[in-house]
Design a binder for this molecule. Structure first.
Ligand code: GDX
Ligand code: MN
Length: 369
């Protein structure tokens, strides 16, 4: 029987409530958990909603705060690791994770994951179409990093290595619950860690395609996800061990992209430009020059990114303030360059361009390995 977990921090309670209810009413679901970032006001609102949902659906819905498990910033990773530890103790056959802010969550997400597990896959990941300017951490950092570091394996193939929507069978949960590197990753790096760790288990991976996309709370300037990009970069630089090239991996066939996603703008370009318009400091200049760049010309096209990302991956320091500001600046320049040169050519060309950049990173990873 299955458990469904929603980690949450600050979200619209009515959205969280609807998601708890969808999960609680699913016939395969035995329990629903909502893991709070902290025991605050938000948690008590969700507790009220959960009590209501549980009595209507006849399924236990538990709300509890995350524990301090990891050694980095306490964030979503502590939330997921708290749930993983308790799920391992309880021995659920399957544990699903979903972000609490999804506005189009319905039973088809749970059905899709359950079907993959019914067919014998140990991990089922949801993938979905995204706007051309969305997923800029996935496209510019995580997939390139995995392609460089693990060419020829399943890791560069995964559509959404950062996705928070995933089903883990019991053996996956048990092994993650005792994995020190996963447990240490208390921050936004958790998704990368779990993705990587599960590819080493040799239990099969399936990607389920959620064709309507994932509708959820949007951000404005790229500065809103500055912490996330830094922590995700650190995570992809830190993962250790290559999956076997023969890991069993299958995915739903690609499907059409909803029309509105083809025109959605993923972030605020003007506000992002403003955030990186401050003068470069002397300390920042040193790192920029070490990367072989000229501080007075920071346009970062695909070719430059291909040249500097390998060095960034080996030299980046998450706790070094200069490295943090330099990396954010370079990544924002890269995203703006892509947005102004490729996005105007249309959705399909932009996405196939991005896919092509991953292939380039992978072949560079193959020659340097
Ligand atoms: N318990 C707990 N603790 N939950 C948290 C925390 C925390 O410190 N921080 C965030 N959450 C919850 C949040 O409420 C939501 O349910 C979920 O985690 C994801 O956070 P959100 O702010 O919606 O992240 P975003 O920008 O949508 O990113 C998500 O998708 C990315 C992706 O699709 O690529 C998130 O799952 C990322 O990890 C993922 O990389
Ligand atoms: Mn979200």
């Amino acid at each position: 029987m299955s458990l469904v977990v929603f980690p949450f921090k600050e979200e619209d309670t009515s959205v969280v409530r609807r998601n708890l209810e969808t999960a609680a009413r699913h016939p395969r679901v035995r329990e629903v958990w909502a893991v709070a970032a902290s025991p605050g006001a938000m948690m008590s609102e969700v507790e009220d909603a959960a009590a209501d949902v549980a009595s209507g659906a006849g399924t236990p819905v538990r709300v509890f705060p995350q524990e301090r498990i990891g050694s980095l910033r306490s964030g979503k990773g502590d939330g997921m690791n708290t749930a993983i530890a308790h799920a391992a103790e309880r021995g659920f056959e399957r544990t699903h994770f979903y972000d609490a802010d999804i506005t189009n969550f319905d039973r088809s997400w749970i059905d899709g994951a359950e079907e993959g597990a019914d067919r014998g896959y140990g991990v089922v990941r949801h993938r979905f179409p995204r706007a051309a300017t969305d997923a800029m951490i996935t496209w510019m950092v995580t997939r390139p990093g995995l392609a460089l570091r693990f060419p020829g394996t399943v890791l560069p193939r995964l559509g959404q290595p950062l996705g928070g929507e995933i089903l883990l069978t019991r053996s996956a949960v048990e092994s993650l619950a005792v994995n020190d590197r996963v447990r240490a990753r208390s921050d936004w790096g958790i998704d990368t860690m779990i993705t990587h760790a599960t590819t080493l288990l040799d239990i099969g991976i399936y990607e389920h395609h959620a064709s309507d996309g994932k509708r959820h709370a949007l951000y404005g300037s790229l500065t809103d996800i500055e912490e996330m990009v830094l922590e995700c970069l650190d995570a992809v630089a830190e993962v250790e061990g290559s999956p076997d090239k023969g890991t069993r991996f299958d995915a739903d066939p690609p499907a059409g992209v909803p029309a509105d996603l083809k025109t959605t703008v993923g972030y605020d370009v003007t506000a992002t430009r403003r955030s990186i318009s401050t003068p470069i400091t002397d300390d920042e200049s040193v790192i920029i020059q070490q990367l072989g760049l000229d501080p007075s010309d920071l346009e970062i096209d695909g070719e430059r990114w291909l040249a500097i990302l390998p060095r960034i991956l080996t030299e980046f320091e998450l706790t070094n303030a200069t490295w943090r500001s330099v990396f954010f600046r370079l990544w924002a320049e890269r995203v703006i360059n892509y947005t102004t040169h490729w996005v105007p050519l249309g959705y399909d060309r932009a996405i196939s361009y991005l896919e092509g950049t991953i292939a380039e990173f992978e072949s560079q990873g193959t020659t340097s390995a």
